[in-house]
Design a protein around this ligand. Structure first.
Ligand code: HEC
Ligand code: HEC
Length: 306
């Protein structure tokens, strides 16, 4: 039934807005919003829903579920605003149009949210339109984007990966949510090297992710990089950007400036890049069954040896 409604609605809704709206700190014309509405009804509504609640006709059973454009920022819930995971702003801050455009243009790998090859004009319009589902929250301009530096490890990737492995396990302890990819001995030695403190026990089943609450009304499983998708991009540079921002509305916080024990900004950046290279190297195993098997055979042998 609802499928019959779709073409009828999209054919007769070109004039929904008759005045401009203030979104992300600037006035957006009704022409743009009407074009955005038209684009949305044709390309997005099936999943994200007529009312932007993520409950479109194609949404049932989808994992992850299509995002509700009405969810978001603390205190969270309907109408409270920001609903973006992969913006390049410190997790929880207002995203910028560039973030929304990148996400719609490139899609989210491994999810039903595909890359959209629409004109720049329609892209701009639909990005403005989706904000109208939470107009109060989207009134404020976007936050200052997280500053990006260039890769200090070019030509020294192996060194970066080795350092990244130690930081992942011994300093950031990413394995409190994601899997550990090292034996307890290696983890403890890395922790001792960087923080002075050995680690004598870790959580049960460290080879599995721990399911996490989110602000989107559902739980998310942090990816196992050797088999899950990295949605916002799997190149070291994209992982680096993600680590600096965190994942909005989830327990994955920003790691910018946190990885230097002395608060040295340059060192923190080098280390963030090193962790990004390490995660990229783990993710390459997803595409190479044989290498993945060898990796886990060796790791399990190390884990069993003692
Ligand atoms: C086939 C279903 C589908 C269609 C069609 C679709 N999306 Fe999505 N979209 C999703 C899913 C699923 C997610 C959630 C991904 C996640 O949580 O990791 C999502 C997430 C998003 C997000 C949030 C990204 C973030 O970083 O949190 C935005 C913005 C978005 N979609 C915009 C759009 C726009 C604009 C269109 C139309 C041009 C569109 N989507 C069409 C399924 C779809
Ligand atoms: C407190 C729990 C927690 C910790 C600690 C944590 N993460 Fe995450 N991570 C998550 C969650 C939750 C997600 C999002 C899952 C989703 O969107 O479905 C995530 C997602 C990711 C992603 C995938 C993003 C994408 O584009 O799909 C990467 C990469 C990542 N984390 C790397 C790391 C690294 C590296 C560390 C340590 C420096 C770390 N995480 C620490 C919970 C955590």
């Amino acid at each position: 039934m609802s499928f019959l409604l779709v073409p009828a609605l999209s054919a007769c809704t070109s004039k929904v807005f008759d005045g401009p709206m203030q979104l992300s700190g600037k006035w957006v014309s009704s022409d743009t919003l009407n074009l955005g509405h038209d684009t949305y009804m044709n390309h997005c509504m099936q999943c994200h829903g007529i009312d932007g609640d993520g409950k479109g006709p194609a949404s049932p059973g989808m994992k992850p579920p299509p995002r509700s454009f009405r969810y978001g920022k603390a205190p969270y819930g309907e109408g409270s605003g920001v609903f973006i995971k992969f913006a390049n702003v410190t997790s929880g801050e207002m995203p910028n149009d560039d973030d929304l455009k990148r996400i719609v243009r490139y899609g989210l790998r491994g999810t039903p949210m595909l890359p959209w090859d629409i004109s720049d004009e329609r892209l701009e319009a639909v990005v403005q339109y989706i904000k109208t589902f939470a107009p109060t929250a989207w009134k404020e301009p976007g936050a200052t984007p997280v500053k990006l530096t260039s890769d200090p490890w070019t030509g020294r990737e192996q060194e970066a990966i080795a350092l990244g492995k130690k930081l992942y396990h011994g300093v950031a302890q990413c394995f409190s949510c994601h899997p550990a990819y090292a034996s307890l001995e290696e983890i403890s030695a890395a922790s001792k090297e960087f923080t002075g403190n050995p680690i004598d026990s870790i959580r049960e089943n460290p080879h599995l992710s721990e399911n996490q609450d989110s602000s989107y009304g559902v739980k998310f499983m942090p990816p196992d990089f050797t088999k899950s998708w990295i949605r916002s991009g799997n190149k070291a540079s994209e992982i680096y950007r993600l680590l600096g921002a965190g994942v909005g509305g989830t327990t994955m916080a920003s790691w910018k400036t946190t990885l230097s024990m002395t608060g040295d900004e340059k060192e923190a950046e080098e280390r963030l890049w090193a962790v990004a290279h390490y995660v990229e190297s783990l993710h390459q195993l997803k595409y190479d069954d044989k290498a993945r098997q060898t990796f886990f055979t060796e790791l399990n042998a190390k884990r069993a040896a003692k």
